[in-house]
Every structure is written in structure tokens, then in C-alpha cells.
Design a protein around this ligand. Structure first.
Ligand SMILES: Nc1ncnc2c1ncn2[C@@H]1O[C@H](COP(=O)(O)OP(=O)(O)OP(=O)(O)O)[C@@H](O)[C@H]1O
Ligand SMILES: Nc1nc2c(c(=O)[nH]1)N[C@H]1C(S)=C(S)[C@@H](COP(=O)(O)O)O[C@H]1N2
Length: 422
């Protein structure tokens, strides 16, 4: 049965760590790396065992056959010492080998240590009825984990993890998405790409996309709401003819402030009043969707400083909230007739570098759905949270909709970033 999220077995193989002679650093290093690199959901199963071939074989079988792991990473026991038997155990449970993994890991490691050639590490598949797992041996040195998985992209040396998500696709496992700044998962263009959420994708009329605008709709609406947005922005002077427009549709959820009626929304409004009266788990989930859409664009080759995230009303709230969650800035974040859905900056424990993205807030001064004081409070709180490139404006006579002046100012905002990033 296919797992809905990746299940990853982590096996640290060390006589001394398993007997308590020293503290195991294998599992913590593997977990730390996965947390840094993976964007999609996953769960791990951990094992710390001595260098005993029978036990290693039994552990690998259990992780694949009973635990249903899609990927199993081992660390340790790949060298030439008598007790190093991890490759033998791995080959004993394999149905087929993938020699490229061992070859590439030794090639990557040679850039770090001349003794890389001493590692006999292998990559294999274990295929049983209705399930398969990719098993990869990593060296025992804790630092070797990040080294082999990540490689040195700046020097054109690919880490092996770049090939892991596609391999898992091919053996029937769930889609694994990565943070492209850590490791860029490669999937051939012809292969199905990971499905993040239902979204309408509008490519440029001609030629390749050179930038991306992700636009989140308001409460009760859907992805088709901003179908003509690129043309509207272009008509106001934004150089967005070559932009890809991504229009995701939010899932349906009961909206408490609307008597619990089911509506398409990015988060529940617990009350009609109160800037922070939003359902935080849903906000976090929606911000993660935005983050994954951004990462996929980056993987497709769009530079991060040419990716924009914006939204109208509730969609604008999510765009601003995502600014706090992103680990790196993007080309720009805009919020139209929305606000930052938090009570106070003091409640936020960790703010990512996404806050340093250029931010644009626009609101109608006659907006009766979102009181104009909300965006004003939001600007103050965003500044407290570290935003410096922040531009906000209220529009006379405008309500809870988009005025031509707003679209013109947004076009200027986009143009500034697009010209700067050329
Ligand atoms: N699980 C671990 N935790 C911390 N350090 C480790 C771990 N495994 C290996 N190391 C370090 O990496 C070195 C090389 O790893 P290797 O797998 O060859 O271990 P080893 O020398 O065979 O000993 P052992 O199996 O007892 O860890 C070790 O000598 C140790 O310094
Ligand atoms: N990336 C990387 N690969 C590496 C190393 C390392 O420090 N970094 N150590 C090497 C050494 S010294 C040995 S002996 C072999 C086998 O290590 P293991 O027995 O710990 O698996 O991996 C090699 N591969």
C-alpha cells in the first residue's frame, strides 16, 4: 500500500555508539539533515544497532517489509575493517542494485577526503509484493551524511539526494519535495511533478517563463478568480508578459465566523472581530503550501528573486504570514485588502529571512470587511518582526476590492523587483 507521506528508516550502525561507549551522532545527524532538506511531510523510524550482519539484515527487512519504509538510510560500517559489514548485509537483502549511488557517493566524498575510496557503500532496492524500498549506505563519520547527500552544488558536484525523490517515484512511493537551496530534486520534465494543491497554471503566451506570480484568492472564491491578473498588471505597466501565473484553490472548510458554513478558505475565521482570531494550524498549513509552490518554481529554474507571492483578502493574510515562515527572501510579497493575521509580534517565536522580501500592502479606506486599522497594525507588527522593505498605502474611496490605482502601484512594485533582478 502506498504511504501518503514518505516513511524513512534511519539506521545507525556502530559497535561503540550502540553499546554506549560514545553517544550516537548518526541518527541525530540524519534527522537534522532531513529536517533541513525536506519540504514535504515525512516520518522516520530509528534504529541504533551494532555491526552484526544478521542483525543489520533483520533490521533492514523489518523497516521495508513491516514498517513499509520507502527509503532507508544507514550510516556506518562501510569501511574495510573486519567489523564493517553494512554493504554485505545490504546486498543480502537487496533484489537489485543501483551502482550509481555508490559510485557518486565515492566521487562526492573524494572532494572532501582522500580516504573516500575506502567506503564500500552501496545503494540497492528491496522489492517485495506491493512495496519497495530504496536502501542507501552512508559512511559512519557524522559529517559524511550531509557531504554525500548534498554534494557541493557550487562546484557542480551533485549530492546523491538529488536523484532520490525521482527514484522513490519510480518504485511507487510518495512524492518527496526538497528545499532547492539544500538539494535540488531532479525529475525529468516529462515525469509527473509533485502535486501540492489544485492550481490553475497560466504559462506565458509565448516562450519560457522568466518569473512567477503565485496569487491566493479570497474567502469563498477559487483559483479562477485572478485568471486575467497578468494582463491587468501588464496593462498597468508591469513587465510580466513572461511571468507564469499560479492560481491555487483553497480547500473547503467550515468557517466559524460564517455560522460554520463550508467555504473555500485558507484558514478558519474564529470570529468576525479580532486581527488574531484565525485558526493557526490552518494558517501554518497554507503557508507551507505557499512555501512548497515557491520551492517547485525554483526547482523548475525560476530564480527566487523573481518569484512573487500575493493574495487578496484572506489570500493576502496568508501571503504576509508566509513571509514570517520562509527561510529566505523572495522577489516580493503583496497583500491586497488583507492583513497580517497575528495578535502581536511578541507572540512569534521565530521569524525566517523571508521577512526581508520586499512587501507591499494595499487597502481600501472604505473597506467594510477588513477595517483599515488592520493593515495599519500589520505594518507596525511587520516592522517589529524585521521587515524593512515595506510599502503600504490606503486608497481613498476604495472598498473591499481592487481599484485601478492599487493595481498600478502593485505593477510599479513588481517592476522595481523585476528590473533589479535582471
Ligand atoms: N554513530 C556514530 N556516532 C558518532 N560517531 C560515529 C558514529 N559512527 C561512527 N562515528 C565516527 O566515525 C568514525 C568512523 O566510523 P566507523 O563506522 O568506521 O566506526 P568504527 O571505527 O567501525 O567504530 P564503531 O562501529 O564502534 O562506531 C568512528 O571512529 C567515529 O569516530
Ligand atoms: N563524505 C565523506 N566520505 C567518507 C568519509 C568522510 O569523512 N566524508 N570518511 C571515509 C573513511 S575515513 C572511511 S574509512 C570510509 C568508511 O567509513 P565507515 O566505515 O564509517 O562507513 O568512508 C569514507 N568516506
Amino acid at each position: 500500500m502506498k504511504n501518503s507521506k514518505a516513511k524513512i528508516g534511519l539506521v545507525s550502525i556502530s559497535d561503540r555508539a550502540s553499546s554506549g561507549t560514545y553517544q550516537d551522532k548518526g541518527i541525530p545527524s540524519l534527522k537534522e539533515w532531513l529536517a533541513k532538506a525536506l519540504l514535504s511531510d515525512y516520518e522516520v523510524v530509528e534504529k541504533l544497532i551494532p555491526d552484526e550482519q544478521q542483525l543489520i539484515e533483520a533490521t533492514l527487512k523489518e523497516l521495508c517489509d513491516q514498517e513499509n519504509c520507502d527509503l532507508i538510510l544507514t550510516t556506518g560500517g562501510t569501511g574495510p575493517s573486519r567489523r564493517d559489514v553494512t554493504p554485505e548485509a545490504t546486498l543480502a537483502v537487496a533484489t537489485r542494485t543501483l551502482p550509481g549511488f555508490g559510485e557518486q557517493m565515492r566521487a562526492v566524498s573524494l572532494a572532501f577526503v582522500p580516504t573516500a575510496i575506502l567506503s564500500r557503500q552501496v545503494g540497492v532496492l528491496r522489492e517485495i509484493k506491493d512495496h519497495a524500498a530504496l536502501i542507501i549506505n552512508l559512511p559512519g563519520q557524522p559529517k559524511a551524511i550531509a557531504e554525500t547527500l548534498e554534494g557541493i552544488p557550487s562546484k557542480g558536484i551533485h549530492g546523491i539526494f538529488a536523484a532520490v525523490p525521482y527514484c522513490i517515484d519510480l518504485i511507487g512511493g510518495p512524492a518527496i519535495e526538497t528545499r532547492p537551496n539544500v538539494v535540488k530534486a531532479f525529475r525529468p520534465k516529462s515525469a509527473p511533478q509533485p502535486h501540492v494543491i489544485d492550481a490553475k497554471i497560466i504559462e506565458p503566451k509565448e516562450g519560457k517563463a522568466d518569473s512567477t506570480i503565485i496569487m491566493l484568492h479570497g474567502l469563498g472564491s477559487d483559483g479562477s478568480d485572478f485568471e486575467h491578473f497578468r494582463e491587468e498588471l501588464a496593462a498597468c505597466g508591469a513587465p510580466v508578459e513572461q511571468a507564469r501565473l499560479i492560481l491555487p484553490t483553497a480547500p473547503e472548510r467550515a468557517i466559524a465566523a460564517n455560522k460554520g458554513f463550508l467555504m473555500r478558505g485558507w484558514f478558519d475565521l474564529l470570529d468576525t472581530d479580532g486581527i488574531g482570531a484565525s485558526d493557526e494550524p490552518a494558517l501554518i498549513e497554507s503557508a507551507r503550501i505557499a512555501e512548497r509552490l515557491i520551492a517547485l518554481e525554483e526547482t523548475k529554474g525560476i530564480r527566487r528573486d523573481r518569484i512573487f507571492l500575493g493574495g487578496f483578502s484572506q489570500g493576502g493574510c496568508v501571503a504576509l504570514y508566509t513571509a514570517l515562515k520562509l527561510d529566505r527572501p523572495i522577489g516580493g510579497i503583496f497583500c491586497l485588502s488583507g492583513y497580517l493575521p497575528i495578535e502581536s509580534a511578541d507572540d512569534i517565536e521565530h521569524v525566517g529571512q523571508g521577512i526581508l522580501s520586499p512587501i507591499f500592502l494595499a487597502h481600501g479606506k472604505e473597506d467594510s470587511d477588513v477595517p483599515p486599522v488592520y493593515p495599519e497594525i500589520s505594518v507596525r507588527e511587520l516592522r517589529k518582526l524585521g521587515a524593512t522593505d515595506l510599502w503600504s498605502k490606503g486608497y481613498d474611496g476604495a472598498g473591499h476590492d481592487l481599484s485601478i490605482e492599487e493595481v498600478t502601484d502593485l505593477s510599479d512594485f513588481l517592476e522595481k523587483s523585476l528590473v533589479a533582478s535582471q
